[in-house]
Design a protein around this ligand. Structure first.
Ligand code: SF4
Length: 329
């Protein structure tokens, strides 16, 4: 099948998100400030992890990148193309370059359709290839994800396990030869015994097809294993971003330190870690706290934190943090 290569030079980011804002109206009066000025980029072959508590806006960020729906403002530049500037038809054509893998593989697959149709669907919708070329591509990607095409093509999703359904989802995402996969909690709905297999599969597919990846996860151990860089989100904003090794070894932002301290200790003989933030729930995104949004839970908060928004700034090469009192080496 002839496939048009994405127009990306090796040094250009595959994905560049600039000052993205996503808001939802609520009950006609209030607004959910789901994502408030998020910026990041992903380079060819790179995996960026996006982590944070449930409700921090990481999945909304992923969907806004996919234009599902488009953000309220800001830019999403994919392979040099600003997606927000595209008409409906142009966006449809562009979608072949970025595909999404969802959290719940079973509900993300149409139960009435056969696997052959499910995996071929992006190719059909985007008008890619002849029927023969599409059939060949479907067989190829099914094989790549570890499913036997001959015994899978005519079956329906309910005839597969959760792990196998996620393999079908991954095959569908790979069918159009994307340059980037957006993976939204791809293993959190699966049995623990299956999670490692799917993570390994995603890694293999990334290497085999030369992909970049945005991995949304609340599981910091998965992110540590897979990601080159990590962005930590809190209540709609990125509070720290750096390479995985630095983030886990020397977190600069109090919220990152708190998240890391919550990872269960594998060695029961080690003393428990100290609480790293005040107890309490994530504040409401309809009324985010002024100044630093983390100040209501931060043990290091001072008066300035309640009034002045800390910008995300470089604190070392390749390391950004949004904190008036970021910890530097
Ligand atoms: Fe804590 Fe202040 Fe830093 Fe926010 S800016 S994380 S409240 S110390």
């Amino acid at each position: 099948m002839s496939v048009v290569a994405p127009e990306t030079t090796p040094k250009e980011p595959v994905l560049k998100v600039e000052d993205m804002v996503v808001e939802f109206p609520l009950d006609g009066k209030r607004v959910v400030h789901a994502v408030s000025g998020v910026s990041f980029e992903i380079r060819p072959g790179e995996t960026l992890g996006l982590v944070g508590e449930s409700g921090c806006g990481k999945s909304t960020t992923a969907r806004a990148v996919m234009q599902l729906p488009a953000p309220k403002s800001g830019k999403v530049i994919m392979n040099g193309v600003d997606l927000a500037a595209l008409g409906r038809e142009e966006l449809r054509r562009e979608r072949r370059h970025f595909q999404m893998i969802f959290q719940d593989p079973i509900s993300s697959l149409n139960p009435r359709r056969k696997v052959a149709d499910i995996v071929a669907m992006p190719l059909v919708i985007m008008g890619i290839g002849t029927p023969e070329e599409r059939d060949a591509r479907v067989r190829e990607v099914l094989q790549a994800v570890g499913l036997d095409p001959d015994s899978s093509l005519q079956r329906r999703p309910f005839q597969f396990s959760g792990g196998q359904c996620q393999r079908i989802s991954i095959a569908r995402a790979l069918a159009s030869e994307p340059s980037i996969l957006i993976c939204d909690e791809p293993v959190s709905a699966l049995d623990v015994s299956i999670q490692a297999q799917i993570i390994n599969l995603l890694q293999d597919m990334k290497d085999r097809y030369d992909l970049s990846m945005l991995l949304i996860s609340h599981d910091l151990s998965v992110v540590k294993l897979v990601c080159d860089r990590v962005a930590v989100m809190y209540l709609g904003r990125i509070c720290e971003m750096t390479d995985s090794e630095t983030l886990y070894r020397a977190p600069a932002h109090p919220y990152t330190a708190a998240l890391l301290s919550a990872i269960p200790e594998a060695d029961p003989t080690r003393p428990p870690k100290l609480a790293a933030m005040k107890e309490g729930e994530l504040p409401s995104a309809t009324e985010p706290p002024p100044g630093c949004r983390f100040h209501t839970r931060c043990l290091r908060a001072e008066a300035i934190c309640t009034e002045v928004v800390p910008p995300l700034v470089d604190i070392a090469e390749g390391h950004q943090a949004a904190c008036h009192f970021a910890v530097t080496d």
